[in-house]
Design a protein around this ligand. Structure first.
Ligand code: SF4
Length: 343
């Protein structure tokens, strides 16, 4: 089956949340969807969004059987709240009392920003933008008793048939997705999720998250296009890896893992030096728990190719990751949104 896929270079993400906001204002800025963050950037290690999503189950077990999982609670989403910047500007110094309404929520996307893990001088974190993985084996679809979710034959995007979904009294798709990438719209009574901005793709316009990303860290392309960056990063160079492959959904969003600085040690009070023997600051075991065993080889390849480029030799991999032309990021969807509207 043809498959659209994305690659995201975690070394370039700065958690500016431009992707988060681009998605929010385009698709989920409506009543009943306040807690929908189809794209969000989590700090890792961290509890993420919804809070502790990695512990809620879903996906498949080692024998390939569906794991039922559970839905996040309202509290784990942090409640249905909105940013109220205008009220902040005009409230006469009431600040956060009016910033987030209603009430004072206790969680939200990237709520634990920059807390991360480890202790000084080896504290560490990185940013992980997350969206629906358009899985090749979508457990959300298998969990849906109404067959309302399917993969499009032409591009492998996972879509929800709203007409069927409306009849459902209990959206088990949310339980079935281990990434918790399906959200319930309480006003329109339907499950909703990222579809890679399908309406834009049909006009040859790249997804909003990708176009808005100032870090230029997202690529989209057909996975089978051997000349495309996504294929080259994932298959040729094998440095782009799926998130939690052990959950068995065969995700099609691939991540270039973060290269961390070396660990430091205190050699005299207040004086630090590189700790040559102890490896990178983000523990390899933690990265393996996210991206599987292949992350070790991926990091070694990235390191070797970076050295090659530093020596003045040309590294194809480094130039793919830099992608000086923004059109490279957009694959077969290079049109400007205003161009597409006019045509
Ligand atoms: Fe379904 Fe979740 Fe996979 Fe998206 S990430 S296709 S919602 S199982």
């Amino acid at each position: 089956m043809p498959q659209l896929a994305m690659a995201l270079d975690l070394n370039k993400c700065m958690a500016c949340q431009s992707c988060t906001v681009a998605c929010k204002v385009l698709w989920t800025d409506k009543k009943g969807m306040e807690h929908h963050w189809w794209m969000k950037v989590n700090t890792m290690p961290g509890r993420g969004y919804p809070r502790d999503w990695e512990k809620m189950g879903g996906g498949y077990d080692s024998e390939g059987k569906l794991v039922e999982g559970r839905k996040p609670t309202e509290e784990e989403y942090g409640g249905h709240w909105e940013f109220k910047p205008w009220e902040v500007y005009t409230s006469g110094g009431k600040g956060t009392d009016v910033y987030l309404t209603p009430g004072r929520p206790t969680w939200g996307p990237n709520w634990d920003e920059d807390i991360g893990g480890g202790l000084w001088p080896n504290a560490h974190f990185f940013y992980l933008p997350r969206l629906c993985n358009q899985c090749s084996r979508p457990s959300c679809a298998e969990a849906c008793p109404w067959d309302a979710i399917h993969k499009r034959q032409e591009d492998g995007i996972v879509v929800i048939d709203e007409e069927i979904c409306h009849r459902c009294p209990d959206p088990l798709c949310i339980n079935g997705c281990p990434y918790k990438e399906i959200f319930w719209d309480s006003v329109h009574r339907a499950a909703r999720k990222c579809d890679l901005c399908l309406l834009r793709l049909q006009r040859e316009v790249a997804p909003a998250c990708l176009r808005q990303c100032p870090g230029r860290m997202i690529w989209i392309d057909h996975l089978e296009n051997q000349e495309g960056v996504v294929y080259k990063l994932g298959h040729k160079w094998q440095v782009a890896l799926p998130l939690h492959p052990e959950w068995g959904c065969e995700p099609n969003i691939y991540y270039v893992p973060p290269m961390a600085p070396p660990r430091m040690k205190e050699v005299a009070p207040g004086i630090l030096d590189v700790d040559e023997d102890s490896g990178p600051r983000i523990p390899l075991d933690y990265l393996k728990s996210l991206f599987g065993e292949k992350v070790e080889q991926a990091l070694a390849t990235l390191e070797a190719e970076r050295e090659k480029q530093r020596r003045g030799e040309r590294s194809e991999l480094m130039w793919l990751l830099i992608s000086p032309r923004s059109s490279t990021l957009m694959g077969p969807f290079p049109k400007d949104p205003s161009q597409a509207k006019a045509s």
